[in-house]
Design a protein around this ligand. Structure first.
Ligand code: BES
Ligand code: ZN
Length: 882
């Protein structure tokens, strides 16, 4: 493993390389334990490089066999090599020279899943961010773009399929059971976009005719026998290609587009040019094995990786500090795609819930960092919710600030100006400034300043003056290494809702710049005056979640109830209800902690019922209205001194009360939404009906305390969504019931041969509330279907335990933390990236009540005391403790 040098990388140290690589020829002689890689690099000194300047190539765990300079083998005295680099000093060559480097690597021993490794006997690669250096010595950084020609030689029987980026130019036999293929990618690219796959795989083929009439061969490679399960991903790919042409005017640029699904993958998927590699979890789907959430994820991730072809590949990043340039923008694009393909309102609410669940805690804890960070120790640890989700929100705000037309012009300018470049966030912002003529100087702080901005809003209605005054004050809380913050430019969309439930129009708005209904908050304090407002309005704040901020404003329950019923903005309507539910659970949790019996307002219980029944709202929205804030949501909103047991009990009581107050109506609605044996369709409307029914199942089960409804659903289910939802209710709510044991057994027997489905079985048990979680998860780690070497298994069992089991992980005696810490250290020895990601589950430890805080700190310190931690894990643990 790479050893931790403690080195910190800083954005201000960026320098272009003294040498460029004009083209590269790679030859892979594949062998499970001893793959030989020959790299021929056509090098050129950049203008201004002094003769003799050293060439320093990156490497990692490589065995160097030979180095040739302009055809002549170099004596070892002419270069210096260690595990991290190959340095050629005194390079007295012409401006151009050729290097040939031969290395040997062992794919079978590569458990990091970075570089070239094997997943179920398939050779595959993962090079982002710094994995290419595990294949050959190279300038392994995103600003070194070059043209690749790749020759793959392998055993014909075990590896009939040989794939790399670009177009296939030659294939042939080599004798003694071996064959080869040559691929050429005409588009210059950085090394992180290189990919190679070789193995025995099934293929689903299709084709796509681009807007200009070019036909593209599409292929999705999967495990033999699973070809049919790739059909939905193929459909999503074709829809993505069409959407990018229609919405962004972007056409695909090669004759082939391939996707390969592999079982061992650290992330979700990777956008390698013309050869995307996916975690098979995000490709394979059919009604019997995939939930509606799986289908939605597949659609979103297929789109995301495809969209990178322009935002990431054609225009890449100058350095890894610019990661949000490709990731934030591409997440924004995949969000828009899903919004267009499904329900925009429901998608937006889901985005905000995810942002608050993942990015807010990051921004509000020890791991906080700007969307465009300025320093890092391990880049793998910066593929974060902040870079991705907040990065996407920032792009969305650019659109809000400029309006759709100028946003489109800015995107066009960015794409035209930087096609083929390795660009920066400054380049990106400049394109929007130039296209719109607007100054985005203050706005750019969204990229540079960490922390979630906070708005304090106070509303005063002056009936005599027919005026509503909104006093809006902004502040940005301090974050690690940034104590003082500058004032931000916050685009805020506000609605004033009148007694009829419709929006009131102000005759004038003063006190802040207002453009097309967007209030531009730029100073510390604004007093915004809405003129011509005769009656007291209800204030609908941050409509559509126009800015990723937190807000405090005194609003009484009647106003929130009114907005939940009437606001024309669906996000704000959901938000009003969510605020009421969150407050109710928070209050109840405090009562429970003080040994008092909590009570819930009857009005709230009936409001939830009313929204659930409203036929004018789409079922998916009604399902969201029925979904209580999660235990983690409540904990985050409480902020400090968190007691997960009290939160769990309070939330459960509310669910029970909602069910009891609406028992008849919910029972009727549940029955009315049975699929009645109709064939399964994964479309959004059908998924919405299932979501509504499964949300009802939860409250009905809580209310009756009777497992029979869930048991009946489990027995009758004709798709995985309904089956898994029923199993979850049984497992989480009825730990002692025979129905639960039977269902878990039935599920296990039925799906034992399907690891992706078994992941659901593991996850449901890992998230089962209560103190027994630690022991249960420890036992399940010995289940024959579990493997500590497979990231999907680890995430579904160990990861789910730490992130979705508040009462188990945060068990008062600290046993959850100790078990988890020990497991993370064990994983780290094999797969540092996976271990480091898991360890972020500790990021909110400082918000816990004092005893749990102490236990969490002890577990974290215990990890840190290990001498042999990877850079990845040490970086996370040390920053979390600091
Ligand atoms: N480029 C990333 C994959 C990646 C992440 C490579 C981290 C190396 C390190 C890819 O485009 C990506 O963002 N994938 C996401 C899914 C996406 C829909 C947000 C992932 O893998 O989680
Ligand atoms: Zn991405």
């Amino acid at each position: 493993m790479r050893k931790d040098t403690g080195q910190i990388f800083r954005i201000e140290d960026y320098r272009p390389t003294p040498y460029a690589i004009e083209k590269v020829d790679l030859v892979f002689q594949l062998d499970p334990q001893a793959t030989m890689v020959t790299a021929r690099l056509a090098m050129r000194a950049r203008a201004g490089t002094n003769p003799g300047t050293a060439l320093v190539l990156d490497g990692d765990e490589l065995t160097l066999i030979s180095v040739k300079l302009d055809g002549a083998e170099l004596e070892p005295s002419r270069y210096q090599v260690n595990s991290q680099r190959l340095e050629l000093s005194n390079l007295l060559t012409g401006e151009r020279f050729d290097l040939e480097i031969v290395t040997r690597i062992d794919p079978s021993a590569n458990s990091t899943l970075m570089g070239l490794y094997r997943s179920r006997d398939v050779y595959c690669t993962q090079c982002e961010a710094e994995g290419f250096r595990r294949i050959t010595y190279f300038l392994d950084r995103p600003d070194v773009l070059t043209v690749y020609t790749v020759r793959i030689e392998a055993d014909q029987t075990s590896a009939p399929v040989l794939l790399s980026n670009g177009n296939l130019v030659e294939t042939g036999e080599l004798g003694s059971g071996r064959h080869f293929a040559v691929w050429h990618d005409p588009h210059p690219k950085p090394s992180y976009l290189f990919a190679l796959v070789a193995g025995s795989l099934g293929l689903l083929r299709d084709s796509f005719v681009t807007v200009s009439g070019r036909s593209v061969d599409l292929g999705i490679y999967v495990e033999h026998g699973k070809e049919a399960r790739a059909a939905y991903a193929m459909d999503a790919l074709k829809r993505s290609m069409r959407w990018d042409e229609e919405v962004f005017g972007l056409e695909y640029d090669l004759d082939i587009f391939n996707i390969v699904a592999v079982s061992d993958f650290n992330m979700g998927a990777m956008e390698n040019k013309g050869l995307n590699i996916f975690n098979d979890k995000y490709i394979l789907a059919d009604p019997d094995t995939a939930t509606d959430a799986d289908y939605a994820n597949i659609e979103a991730i297929v789109a995301h990786e495809y969209f990178h072809n322009w935002t990431g590949n054609r225009i890449t990043c100058r350095d890894w500090f610019q990661l949000c340039l490709k990731e934030g923008l591409t997440v924004f694009r995949d969000h828009e795609f899903s919004a267009d393909e499904r329900s925009r309102a429901v998608k937006r609410i889901a985005e905000v819930r995810a942002l608050r669940a993942h990015q807010f805690p990051e921004d509000q804890g020890p791991l906080a960092h700007p969307v465009r960070p300025r320093r890092y120790r391990e880049i793998n640890n910066f593929y974060t919710a902040t870079v991705y989700e907040k990065g996407s929100e920032v792009v969305r705000m650019i659109r809000t600030v400029l309006g759709q037309d100028d946003f489109d012009k800015g995107m066009r300018l960015y794409l035209d100006r930087h096609d083929g470049d390795a660009a920066t966030i400054e380049d990106f912002i400049k394109a929007f400034e130039d296209a719109s003529g607007k100054d985005l100087g203050q706005f750019a702080l969204w990229y540079h300043q960490a922390g979630t901005p906070h708005l304090t809003v106070n509303a005063v209605h002056d009936a005599a003056a027919r005026e509503l005054r909104l006093e809006i004050e902004q502040s940005v809380p301090p974050t690690p290494s940034e104590a003082r913050k500058r004032l931000m430019h916050i685009p805020l969309i506000v609605g004033l809702v009148g007694a009829q439930g419709t929006d009131m129009e102000a005759s004038a708005i003063e006190g802040a710049e207002v453009v097309d209904g967007v209030i531009h908050i730029k100073k510390r304090k604004h007093v915004v005056r809405f003129k011509g407002i005769s009656e007291r309005p209800r204030i609908s704040l941050n409509r559509g979640f126009s800015a990723p901020v937190t807000i405090s404003m005194e609003r009484d329950d009647d106003d929130l109830t009114f907005l939940a019923r009437h606001d024309r903005d669906p996000f704000a309507r959901w938000e009003a209800l969510n605020a009421l539910l969150t407050d109710a659970v928070k209050d109840a949790a405090r009562q429970i902690r003080a040994q008092r019996q909590p009570a819930f307002e009857a009005d709230l219980l009936s409001l939830v019922g009313e929204l659930a029944m409203r036929e004018d709202l789409e079922p998916a929205f009604r399902a969201l209205a029925l979904t209580l804030p999660s235990e983690a949501d409540i904990a985050r909103e409480m902020g400090s001194n968190i007691d997960p047991d009290a939160i769990h009990a309070a939330r459960d009581m509310l669910s029970c009360q909602i069910g009891l107050a609406n028992l008849e109506a919910f029972t009727g609605l549940y029955e009315a939404h049975s699929d009645g044996g109709a064939p399964f369709s994964p479309d959004a409307a059908s998924a919405g009906r299932r979501a509504l029914r499964n949300a009802l199942l939860e409250h009905l089960s809580a209310a009756t305390g009777d497992p029979s409804l869930a048991a009946r659903q489990f027995a009758a289910a004709t798709n995985m969504t309904d089956l898994a939802a029923a199993l979850m209710q049984l497992a989480h709510r009825f730990p002692q019931a025979v129905e639960k044991l039977e269902a878990l057994g039935t599920f296990e027997a039925r799906f034992a041969g399907d690891p992706l489905v078994m992941d659901k079985w593991f996850a449901i048990q890992a998230s089962t509330p209560g103190a027994g979680g630690v022991e249960r998860v420890r036992d399940l780690m010995r289940h024959p279907g579990f493997a500590l070497t497979n990231p999907n298994r680890v995430r579904s069992l160990v990861g789910t335990f730490a992130t979705a089991n508040q009462t188990g992980f945060h068990r008062a005696d600290g046993a959850g933390y100790d078990f988890f810490a020990a497991t993370v250290v064990e994983i780290d020895a094999r797969n540092p990236q996976l271990a480091a990601r898991l360890a972020t589950a500790f990021r909110s430890w400082k918000a816990l009540e004092p005893d749990r805080q102490k236990a969490a700190r002890a577990a974290l310190s215990g990890i840190a005391r290990n001498a042999n931690l990877s850079t990845d894990l040490r970086d996370i643990v040390e920053r979390t403790l600091a």
